[in-house]
Design a protein around this ligand. Structure first.
Ligand code: NAD
Length: 467
């Protein structure tokens, strides 16, 4: 476990020890990696109650069912997926040998990079540490983790669990806020995976570049949901509400705003009302409705609603007003016709507020999306028709969900990541394993092939290749 007295010195010392241990022991075998993944799985299940309680306390309210479904199931599923596919991922890949070098052999091996740094946000404070950790372990690395200071109980629990299970030569956890994060991002890791906001991501990339540390940046942004003309339905709305209100909207891939055909606006509002009431019958005091994580974010979110109201926006709240016994609950809120210059249309919302804009043609919707930074997720509800094909072909986003929201994240075999302002690189799937591995190309000379003759004087060698 890292000492907190001098975080930078302690982190640097731990990194050196991890790297020395990595060089001393060599890359772990498949059996060793499997054993570590099994250990990780076991401690997650062993501490299930403590994890649920820590997150509930950190948020003010988050039901254990929501934590189980949105975090623990995903972690266990990811560990199982990595364990099952380790053999395939670790396999040496034969590659084609160029014509004039025939006789030789070429292959790629996936080596562990060494020591991976993992920085995590607060919104899913457990899974966004554990899934990168499991991936790094599967790829044979040592890992240093900086969880979020906004969820201190969960972060402390993670540190205790991992210290018990692995010891800090293999997995170390350092606690602290932005200044510790800044020092952490300056360490000469072999790879740094950061999950957090786009603005902090910029600092992380700049700091990592000082040591040429490769980065994966899992960032945020405004993910649109497009509802095709005539496709407002209970099914669609259940899924939109699931994406928007799970964890009270504090989800990187939550639909941030909706684009609805101008003829369907009133149907959308009625359907949203019904779906919210169905999922959260006691309004924001329903058991599975989470609190906003802290006062700062609560004030920020109420500020977004107040500004929209003051500017004459149509603001529709569904459900009973929050009760004082439950901390920081924010009523699910639609903002209809929000202007572009409102903060709710400019900033990532990260809360249970859904601005709704109307469009006339699918091309209008496409132009609206393309006029903004590339989103982490794009959702489409409708038939798989020409409009759908056009929307997908003419926009870019980290991932896509068709007739669902957020479920792509639970597909372990799909890469998960953003593009542009929503991120760089990806993990999950084989892409995650490869992100944390070095693809090392190897060429093996045969006695007979051309490279044996590749020396001066060159004579007419090139003539043979250029025929
Ligand atoms: P954040 O960027 O504020 O913090 C993330 C991490 O960086 C934390 O560990 C924090 O301590 C550290 N940090 C904060 N300021 C720092 C600084 N100046 N220098 C170095 N480190 C610093 O993000 P957050 O508020 O914890 O999380 C919310 C954001 O994360 C949202 O934008 C959300 O979309 C994004 N997010 C993205 C994903 C994804 O997978 N793409 C998942 C979850 C959250």
């Amino acid at each position: 476990m890292l000492k907190d007295t001098d975080p930078l010195a302690a982190m640097t010392e731990t990194l050196h020890r991890q790297r020395a241990a990595f060089l001393r022991d060599g890359p772990p075998t498949r059996t060793e990696r499997r054993r570590d993944l099994r250990r990780l799985r076991a401690i997650v299940l062993e501490h299930r109650c403590a994890i649920e309680q820590a997150i509930d306390a950190d948020f003010g309210h988050r039901s254990r069912h929501e934590t189980d479904l949105m975090e623990l199931v995903g972690v266990v599923q990811a560990i199982d997926y990595l364990t099952r596919n380790l053999h395939r991922f670790m396999r040496t890949e034969k590659r084609h040998v160029s014509l004039i070098y025939q006789g030789g052999r070429a292959h790629v091996t996936y080596q562990p990079k060494g020591v991976i740094g993992v920085m995590a946000p607060w919104n899913y404070p457990f899974s966004l540490v554990m899934i990168p950790l499991a991936t790094a372990i599967a790829a044979g690395n040592r890992v240093m983790i900086k969880p979020s200071e906004t969820t201190p109980r969960t972060s402390a629990l993670i540190r205790m669990m991992l210290a018990e299970a692995f010891g800090d030569e293999k997995v170390a956890v350092v606690l602290g806020g932005p200044d510790v994060g800044a020092a952490f991002s300056r360490l000469p890791f072999d790879h740094l995976l950061f999950t957090g906001s786009t603005s902090v991501g910029r600092h992380i990339m700049a700091a990592a570049s000082e040591n040429l540390v490769p980065v994966t940046l899992e960032l945020g942004g405004k993910s649109p949901v497009v509802v095709a003309r005539g496709h407002v339905s209970d099914n669609a709305m259940n899924s939109i509400v699931f994406g928007k209100l799970s964890n009270a909207g504090q989800t990187c891939v939550a639909p941030d705003y909706a684009l609805v055909h101008e003829n369907d606006l009133e149907a959308f509002i009625t359907s949203w009302d019904r779906a919210v009431t169905r999922s959260y019958p006691d309004g924001p005091t329903s058991a599975d409705y989470s609190s906003i994580v802290n006062d700062h974010h609560y004030t920020r979110l109420t500020g977004l609603i107040d500004e929209a109201r003051q500017r004459g926006g149509r603001v529709i709240e569904v459900g009973a007003r929050p009760d004082a016994a439950r901390k920081r609950t924010l009523t699910p809120t639609l903002v209809i016709g929000a202007e572009d210059d409102l903060a709710v249309m400019k900033e990532e919302i990260f809360g249970p507020i859904l601005p709704v804009r109307t469009y006339r043609t699918m091309d209008d919707a496409i132009d609206f999306i393309n006029a903004r930074p590339r989103p982490l997720a794009l959702y489409y509800f409708g038939a798989r028709d020409a409009d759908c094909a056009r929307l997908l072909a003419r926009t870019t986003s980290g991932n896509v969900g068709i007739n669902n929201t957020m479920i792509h994240v639970a597909q372990d075999d799909l890469p998960f990541g953003g593009i542009g302002a929503s991120g760089i690189g990806a993990y999950h799937g084989i892409e995650g394993f490869r992100t944390m591995s070095h693809a090392r190309g190897v060429f093996i000379q045969s006695r007979w092939n051309l490279p044996a003759l590749l020396r001066a004087p060159f004579g007419r060698l090139a003539d043979i290749a250029l025929r």
